[in-house]
Write a new protein. Structure first.
Length: 649
């Protein structure tokens, strides 16, 4: 009996040991075999590589080395960095697994005063100092087989939603032997930013953030605004609010399109970036208020009136007015916040655009019987109308524009793609201008000569035209902060997404388009916004009536009080009729002012009422419904149990 008990005890011990060994073996096996297996349950698939990244990674022909510098030991005390670092490492591991061995990943923990820290600093990484005096490194360096080097100095929270795009762009830049060339013709201070050239020379201004994005992706070739031919090395020509171009320059652009070149053009009836980007918010030197491409747009199949500006009441931007202490913001109908519903979700360029912030934009229409296909990319709502440029130059108050707004019930096109065969806008080469026009940037450059005249495009054109140049202005779409000496962009709109996607698409590179602003889905409170706009329209209408009534009453009261005494007035005082009239006017004045205050208070009544309903649903209604369901289920179980008991009895 004793031997049997010992054997049973030994058997139990052996079984426990075997189970422990099996448990460890299964864990080790799963860690090795299923290391890359994941299930991504996030709403925006944040941990799943997009098709664009997979295409970029699979097209690598030469090895690329990614060095992930992360001070893991120091970052243990910082939960936000630790979580973000895990996300970065998972992404890099996934990219390495998909690269067929062409991406090598090194994870380096640069301890203080170590060779790894010296390497991190030599490669341009920035360390974040801690309260204890230590430095945390959290960056990425990529190198290729030659001398190419790309770096993310420090992964900041503001760029987390662009993480996959930043890494994929780094890999694509390193995998290309040469970068594609983007030609630019512009009168905007893209490369100097606010303050213009003089401020840039003093170190007081910075390039527009969109220009920095373009520099990271392409080789930039600025063209003088007078030239005989577009250089052969230019893959895409971006024309951004140029000065008036002379005939030989227009002909050079025309022939670039005839040879199959692609165009991204931004024209503007009233460029606010030109009018406010100079010193102290003044116009930049040699600014151009309006821009047009004359006969080129017609030949491409586009009608554009540079004297008209589109306004839209439904998608107007909210701006600070400072005119009313109770209501410091108002809708500015000539500054537009174009939502996703008003962009073409089927076109690659706008497929990932959630919002565009624009200022004083124009409109485009297709030319009748044109040879090209006109496809709208960005449109207004039907709650819109056109303004003459002269109405806008005076700087109208937002409330005045709202009060006098009369929609045409027509939707206007702000940006469009034209494609198909194009006929030249010229019958032949024009005579070359002998000297530069007065006020031009420089004499005509002659290193590139125009080729033989081409009357019709050799292949279908691919042209994108946007009737606004304020899309480039930082103040419309991005908030910038300085972190460890670097400018960090925190986008509030997708202006850069549109421009970068358009250039990529025209360059023939669509891999990165789906990555920009990947997890940034703008979800405005549409119902709340509609209620606010409707209430504000009622407020403005009633406010105007009441203000006029108050003005008339005050004027009548002032006239009556300053009028001389009546003939039968005692001691020079007003007559009894005049006193009664004064009391009546004062009562009307008090009543009108009270009504105006009531209207101002009621401006947000509908919105607050909706908020109260939502709070009731979230806080009270849902728990009540769940409690009723639980009680109902308990009652049903009780009835079933009772029925079984009665049946058994």
């Amino acid at each position: 009996m004793l031997n049997q008990q010992i054997s049973r005890s030994a058997y139990r011990v052996i079984m426990l040991v075997l189970l422990a060994v099996l448990f460890l073996a299964v864990n080790l096996f799963s860690n090795i075999v299923f290391r890359s297996a994941r299930i991504d349950l996030t709403e925006n698939n944040l941990y799943t590589l997009s098709d664009g990244t997979v295409e970029v990674v699979s097209s690598i022909e030469e090895p690329i080395t990614l060095r992930f510098f992360y001070s893991e030991k120091l970052a243990n005390d910082y939960a936000r960095i630790r979580t973000y670092a895990s996300h970065v490492r998972d992404l890099l591991e996934e990219i390495r697994a998909r690269s067929n061995g062409n991406v090598r990943l090194e994870v380096i923990d640069p301890e203080a005063f170590s060779e790894e820290e010296d390497l991190a600093m030599s490669l341009g990484l920035k360390g974040a100092p801690t309260a204890s005096g230590d430095v945390i490194y959290f960056g990425l360096v990529g190198t290729n087989a030659v001398d190419g080097l790309e770096a993310v100095p420090f992964f900041t929270d503001e760029r987390e939603q662009y993480l996959e795009y930043d890494v994929a762009r780094m890999i694509q830049n390193l995998s290309r032997p040469t970068r594609p060339v983007l030609g630019i013709v512009t009168n905007l201070p893209l490369d100097t930013g606010v303050g213009g050239l003089m401020s840039a020379m003093r170190g007081e201004s910075l390039p527009f953030m969109i220009y920095e994005e373009l520099q990271n992706r392409f080789e930039i070739e600025f063209l003088e605004q007078q030239f005989q031919a577009v250089p052969a090395k230019v893959d895409v020509l971006m024309i951004a609010h140029p000065r008036p171009l002379d005939e030989p320059t227009l002909y050079a652009i025309d022939q670039f399109v005839m040879r199959g070149g692609h165009i991204l053009a931004f024209v503007d009836p009233h460029s606010e970036v030109s009018l406010t980007s100079g010193p102290n918010g003044e116009p930049i030197r040699g600014y151009t208020e309006a821009s047009d491409l004359g006969p080129l747009l017609k030949s491409w199949g586009i009608d554009y009136d540079p004297t008209k500006i589109v306004g839209d009441r439904k998608i107007a931007q909210r701006v600070r007015t400072g005119l009313d202490a109770r209501r410091q913001e108002s809708d500015y109908v000539i500054w537009l916040a174009v939502p996703r519903a008003n962009v073409d979700a089927e076109d690659l360029v706008t497929a990932d655009v959630s919002r565009l912030n624009l200022g004083t934009a124009g409109s485009l229409t297709p030319v009748k019987d044109a040879t090209t296909v006109f496809a709208p990319l960005v449109t207004t709502t039907e709650d819109s109308r056109l303004y003459d440029v002269d109405e806008v130059k005076a700087g109208p108050r937002p409330d005045d524009l709202l009060r006098d707004f009369s929609p045409t019930d027509e939707s206007y096109v702000i940006a469009a793609r034209v494609s198909g065969p194009v006929k030249s806008a010229f019958d032949g080469p024009p005579a070359e201008a002998p000297v530069a026009q007065e006020g031009a940037a420089s004499p005509r450059k002659s290193q590139e000569k125009a080729g033989p005249y081409i009357a019709q495009s050799e292949r279908d054109a691919n042209i994108i035209v946007f009737a606004d140049s304020d899309i480039f202005d930082d103040r419309f779409w991005v908030q910038t902060e300085s972190y460890l000496g670097e400018r960090v962009a925190q986008p509030i709109a997708d202006n850069a997404v549109f421009i970068m996607s358009a250039v990529d698409n025209l360059m023939g590179s669509n891999e990165l388009i789906s990555l920009r602003a990947r997890s940034k889905i703008d979800r405005p409170f549409v119902v709340v916004e509609d209620l606010r706009r409707a209430a504000e329209r009622r407020f403005l209408a009633e406010q105007e009536v009441l203000e006029k009534k108050i003005a008339v009453t005050e004027r009548s009261l002032t006239e009556l009080q300053t009028r001389g005494p009546g003939a039968d007035a005692a001691a020079g005082g007003p007559t009894s009729e005049e006193s009664a009239e004064i009391r009546q006017f004062r009562a009307e004045l008090l009543e009108s002012r009270k009504r105006l205050r009531d209207v101002q208070r009621d401006l947000r009544r509908d919105v607050e009422g909706l908020g109260a309903q939502l709070r009731f649903v979230n806080i009270a209604l849902v728990p009540i419904v769940l409690a009723i369901l639980a009680l109902g289920a308990a009652f049903l179980r009780y009835r079933r149990r009772k029925a079984r008991v009665e049946k058994g009895a």
